[in-house]
Each structure stands twice: as C-alpha cells, then as structure tokens.
Write a protein that binds this ligand. Structure first.
Ligand code: AMP
Length: 176
C-alpha cells in the first residue's frame, strides 16, 4: 500500500485536544489491517543500523513495538512519568503550555547501543528531542528518529537534524 493511500486512512479532527489544533488521528490507520501492516513495513525498511527501538508513550508504542517485533529487535519504552516500577532516568522538557517529563529504565540500554526512536508524529520536535537526550544520557547512540507523520511547517524534523539526529517520516501534512 503506497504512502499516498496510507495518508487517506488518517483521520483529521479539528480542534482536538484544544481549539486550533488539527489532530492527525492514527486510530483509523491502525484499525485498517493492510494499512497498519504496510505502515510497519515502510518504517522497518527505513530503520538503518539500529540494534534496538525506543518508542514514545503512547502512540509510539504501537508502531515502535510492531517494528521491533518484525525486525527481531529489543523494544525500549520511553514512558510518561510515574509508570516504571524501578528507579527511572528522567528528563523534563518544555511544551507550548508548561512542561512534561519522559522516563526510561536505565537498565534497558547497553552502553553504546545503537537505538532508533519511533513515534507516530513529529510536530515541533520537543518530545523526540527530549527522548533522544534521555536515551543518550542512558548510554545509547541515537541513530535515527522515525515517524509515520511529519508536520514539516512546525520544523521538528529540522530541529532534530540540527542536533545531528537524522529524522525521517513516511507521510507529511502541510500546515499545523
Ligand atoms: P512535538 O513534541 O511538538 O513534536 O509533538 C509530538 C507529540 O505530540 C507526538 O507524540 C504526537 O503524538 C503529538 N502531537 C502533536 N501534534 C499533533 C497533531 N497535530 N496530531 C496528533 N498528534 C500530535
């Protein structure tokens, strides 16, 4: 299934979760068996030399875990705060309003392990950049950040590239 067809499977919901946000909803993509399988295949094909995949909670778990299983690689969950049952390594990062936190189990990463980040969508890049910093602090070498969707007008992929992290997406949507 071609990327242009996959794009038609993404539901665009205006004013969610706040007025002015056009939410790109992957529920309808993963609810289409052939579309989900094609998405995972396209992401896996772009993985490069990764030894493990880190997925960002929550929608990055869906694509990241599927790609990891398909490629026979370990999956590292990058979690929202307070979810891990062991002492976690944490990073705070700025949102449009306020801050948020990501956490990982430091024991999940071997020193120098080559890790690719997967999430459903990149907008400003703040989330993926925080995940990359956290993984680096835990000893990983972040090889790439992969997304189903890029909103290039928000500059997130460029921000990652400026931080020397190759960023790629299967689909792009113009605007915000
Ligand atoms: P950012 O940190 O600005 O790159 O935002 C990326 C994170 O927010 C991802 O985990 C996305 O799932 C979510 N996100 C941001 N903007 C949107 C949008 N327009 N539609 C769906 N999810 C979004």
């Amino acid at each position: 299934m071609a990327p242009e067809t996959l794009k038609t499977l993404i539901r665009c919901v205006p004013d969610f979760p706040r007025p002015g946000i056009l939410f790109r909803d992957i529920t309808t993509l993963i609810g289409h068996g052939e579309g989900f399988a094609a998405s995972v295949g396209l992401l896996a094909a772009r993985l490069g030399p990764a030894q493990a995949i880190a997925g960002i909670e929550a929608r990055g778990f869906i694509f990241g875990a599927a790609v990891a299983a398909r490629c026979g690689l370990p999956f590292i969950p990058v979690r929202k705060p307070g979810k891990l049952p062991v002492p976690a390594l944490a990073i705070d990062y700025a949102l449009e309003y306020g801050t948020d936190t990501l956490e990982i189990d430091p024991g999940a990463i071997a020193a120098g392990q080559r890790v690719a980040i997967i999430d459903d969508l990149i907008a400003t890049g703040g989330t993926a950049l925080a995940a990359a910093k956290l993984l680096s602090q835990a000893g990983a070498t972040v090889t790439k950040a992969l997304f189903m969707i890029d909103l290039p007008d928000l500059g997130g992929a460029d921000r990652l590239r400026a931080a020397a992290i190759p960023a790629e997406a299967i689909l792009e949507f113009a605007g915000h």
